[in-house]
Design a protein around this ligand. Structure first.
Ligand code: NAG
Ligand code: NAG
Length: 273
């Protein structure tokens, strides 16, 4: 039983270094660009431009000493701060009731929850209910189910004109691996509805000031809504009923893989006294 303490030490260091990763790979999701750089600062931009799979907490870490990080403008809990202005060429044009196929790349799993929702970007709120919800997403203890990497959404038919202007709405994939405090978002811009014309015109797209009628009343400033969003993310208690199960199943895999790694690691041997 001499191994016990070195295994625990190895386990602790392994847990802190584990990093999950994931991103929507189809349709084309928002990527980092100059508008994001202007709002979020050079370091946050570099963080995501070098790896768009990275997590929000990783972005926030590099903001600590940066004076060019503008929290309200960056709105980092929406699409990781990625901006429509950098992605005007990637707007999907859909119709109500259309079934749209998505691909998601789980590059490095870690157990968490996920949902896929339509987000009103002006109010930073989900329209209606999540389209898909996974109570156990990217679980390390099992093979990733096919429906996590390949899934479809049905475009709701009750959006009215809320999403008729490019930039007003995104489909956001939100994956929260709370056990390692890493949250991932990827966003696909789309339009639906309007007067039958597709989203082509860049002049209307650029001036997406006020989506006239939205189902949610925007009662607060963008700074306030982003702090609300941050709060909602850090206190997931309300929405997720499966806490116990998730905690239990998320602990097991790390210990197993950690023990395996510790056994395999040469470092486990080198502290004989
Ligand atoms: C995905 O598939 C699993 C079974 O492999 C199922 O339990 C789960 O409910 C499905 N989730 C969604 C969001 O379709
Ligand atoms: C769904 O995703 C949103 C972000 O788009 C997040 O604020 C919310 O907490 C998530 N809800 C659940 C039940 O996962």
């Amino acid at each position: 039983m001499q191994y016990t303490s070195s295994i625990l030490v190895a386990a602790a260091s392994l847990i802190t270094s584990v990093s999950a990763h994931g991103f929507i790979t189809s349709p084309q999701a928002r990527l980092a660009g100059d508008a994001m750089k202007a709002a979020c600062g050079q370091q946050v931009y570099n963080n995501q431009a070098s790896d768009n799979y990275g997590n929000i907490q990783g972005e926030l870490q590099v903001t600590a000493t940066q004076t060019d990080y503008n929290a309200a403008e960056c709105n980092i809990w929406q699409c990781k701060g990625f901006k429509y202005a950098d992605n005007t060429a990637n707007v999907q044009s859909w119709t109500a009731g259309q079934v749209v196929a998505f691909k998601f790349d789980v590059k490095a799993p870690h157990t968490g929850t996920a949902n896929i929702s339509i987000v009103n970007t002006a109010t930073n709120t989900i329209i209606g209910s999540p389209l898909l919800y996974y109570s156990d997403f990217a679980d390390n203890s099992r093979t990733i189910p096919a429906n996590e990497t390949s899934f479809s959404i049905t475009v709701p038919s009750d959006l009215g004109d809320t999403c008729s202007t490019a930039g007003a709405c995104v489909v956001q994939h939100y994956w929260n691996a709370a056990s390692i405090d890493q949250t991932y978002e990827s966003c696909v811009d789309f339009t639906v509805g309007g007067s039958g014309s597709s989203s082509g015109s860049s002049s209307t797209a650029a001036t997406s000031s006020t989506p006239a009628t939205s189902p949610v009343t925007p009662t607060s400033s963008s700074a306030a809504t982003s702090s609300v969003a941050a709060k909602a993310v850090t206190t997931p208690s309300s929405a997720v009923p499966t806490t116990l199960q998730t905690v239990v199943s998320s602990k097991a895999p790390s210990l197993t893989s950690v023990a395996a790694a510790a056994t395999a690691s040469p470092e486990a041997d080198d502290d004989e006294c």
